[in-house]
Design a protein around this ligand. Structure first.
Ligand code: GSH
Length: 205
């Protein structure tokens, strides 16, 4: 059994959350290390690519959240064995990451510049992604994104949709999902009620 330590910021969301969720759902023990921005600034220089999340496995630190997400998905039965279903799962993981990268570029902007950048994202990659996810979910049968089962793609999308619906992003409407792809809200409501997911959500609420 590997010794896993996951280091990330102290909030429920972001790049580490699907990893935390999959490990919790799969009942895999790990050390959930939450750091403040001050802690991060202090440790930054020692991290593999000067960023978090970092997953330490048996004493070695590894980076790249989607690699972690896929790995823990494989450990927990939340990643498809079938190559095509794995591709469908990966497409969702990588598209979600593209949105995150675009959003991160707007952090630090203020006032009109922030509003302009966020409007552009809302009408661009965020809406495009919601439409893509809606289309892919429907094509997969409407229940899950791949393999007709819960996978890390569902966890990643759920984390993102919950953040959008909670209005966590200034100048991005908290009703965007409802207006662009209401089916995704129905879907996320259903996923949230799966016993293993509901248990996790209850623990963090
Ligand atoms: N491709 C990397 C990106 C990691 C990344 O940029 N993480 C952010 C937090 S979500 C970070 O550490 N930002 C602080 C910095 O770059 O100084 C991944 O997916 O893990």
């Amino acid at each position: 059994m590997q010794n896993i330590k996951l280091t990330y910021f102290d909030f429920h969301g972001g790049r580490a959350e699907p990893v935390r969720m999959a490990l919790a759902i799969g009942k895999i023990e790990f050390e959930d290390i939450r750091v403040s921005f001050m802690d991060f600034a202090r440790m930054r220089g020692s991290l593999p690519l000067k960023a978090v999340p970092v997953m330490e496995v048996d004493g070695v630190s590894y980076c790249e959240s989607n690699a972690m997400t896929r790995y823990v998905g494989k450990l927990t039965g939340l990643y498809p064995d079938d190559p095509w279903q794995a591709f469908l799962c990966d497409e969702i993981l990588e598209a979600s990451e593209d949105v995150t990268v675009a959003l991160v570029k707007t952090f630090g902007l203020e006032g009109d510049a922030l509003k302009e950048a966020r409007d552009k994202l809302e009408n661009g990659i965020i809406t495009d992604c919601l439409e893509l996810f809606n289309k892919r979910l429907a094509a997969a049968g409407g229940a899950y994104f791949s393999a007709n089962q819960l996978t890390v793609a569902d966890l990643k999308v759920m984390v993102w949709l919950r953040a959008l619906n909670a209005g966590q992003l200034d100048h991005v409407s908290n009703s965007l999902v409802a207006s662009v792809a209401p089916e995704l809200n129905t879907y996320v409501g259903r996923i949230s009620q799966l016993p293993s997911v509901a248990k996790y959500l209850e623990q963090i609420s």
